[in-house]
Design a protein around this ligand. Structure first.
Ligand code: MF3
Ligand code: CO
Ligand code: CO
Length: 289
């Protein structure tokens, strides 16, 4: 979830008195050709990456705790309680809590809820598919990941949707090469979803993360190769494709006063997996394993 970029101006420059490095030259090459390049603050230092990695380790443990306890008959507010208790007792802060009015410590999105589902007294039933999305702040650093859980046995259609959403994330990861563009992964992700009769949500995207919850760039899960921001080693961002069994359009929930909950417009099911990645000289490395 992130806002759209507005500007496409000269964002990269070589500090006065310094010789351009190889990285400067590669970024300036694309900037001169009208591509969207990062600003320097989007390239994390080694120390920052280590901090985000530590936040990722805790975030993974939070999701592992959810995985251990989630079951039929449980309400989603119980998941929220687990997330809050585990995170805070290990020195972390659940980033969603009070973030722009969000009332809980994680998002729980069941069946036709695309994302930003709010934990409640709704009970999990056999056959439900649920995304639990956790973001942990540790020592000021953020890591963001989500997983799907299947409650008991589900239909082959729902199972396939969950699998396709996972495959889309892995395909996005594999498409991430240093100095590629966000659109390169979006293109591959959407092609895989469409090949499997699914659609890709367009209104929400992945995002830079690490020093704040939502940073540049927008990481759209569809699009054209060579569009979107240039991905340079040291950048940290999420990939989190939201894949619908039906059409890609989404809408709000009329009864939701917070206006956070996002549903599929046609009532079809939706699935999503998310990881936080750091771009390296060879490709991306997951920070939320
Ligand atoms: N974790 C979500 C994401 O992947 C954002 C949730 S915002 C919240 O970007 F406020 F709903 F938590
Ligand atoms: Co995210
Ligand atoms: Co998330």
């Amino acid at each position: 979830m992130a806002k759209k970029n507005k500007k496409n101006k000269a964002r990269w420059f070589v500090p006065e008195g310094l010789e351009p490095t190889e990285r400067d030259r590669r970024i300036l090459y694309w900037q001169e050709r009208g591509k969207l390049v990062p600003t320097r603050n989007l390239i994390k230092t080694a120390e920052q990456i280590e901090g985000i990695r530590r936040a990722g380790v805790l975030n993974t443990a939070v999701l592992d705790t959810v995985a251990e306890h989630i079951r039929e008959g449980m309400c989603t507010a119980e998941i929220d309680r687990l997330v809050y208790d585990y995170t805070t007792s290990h020195g972390g802060i659940p980033a969603p809590l009070n973030y722009e009015g969000f009332p809980a410590s994680c998002c729980t999105s069941v069946n036709d809820v695309v994302c930003h589902g709010i934990p409640s007294d709704d009970v999990l039933e056999e056959g439900d598919i649920i995304n639990v999305d956790c973001t942990t702040i540790l020592d000021g650093y953020y890591a963001d990941a989500s997983r799907m859980f299947i409650i008991g046995r589900t239909s082959p259609e729902r199972q396939r949707l969950v699998d396709v959403a996972w495959e889309c994330l892995k395909i996005g990861e594999a498409a991430c090469k240093p100095y590629c563009f966000v659109g390169d992964l979006g293109h591959e992700i959407a092609a895989h979803a469409h090949k499997n009769g699914c659609s890709v949500v367009r209104d929400l995207c992945g995002h830079g993360v690490g020093l704040q919850f939502h940073e540049e760039p927008d990481v759209e899960h569809y699009g054209k190769r060579g569009t979107g921001m240039l991905l340079v080693p040291g950048m940290v961002f999420t990939i989190e494709p939201m894949i619908n069994a039906g059409d890609w359009e989404v809408c709000g929930d009329e009864e939701d006063e917070t206006e956070w909950i996002v549903l599929t417009e046609d009532g079809s099911d939706s699935a999503q997996w998310e990881h936080t990645f750091v771009m390296t000289e060879d490709g991306v490395e997951i920070l939320t394993h």
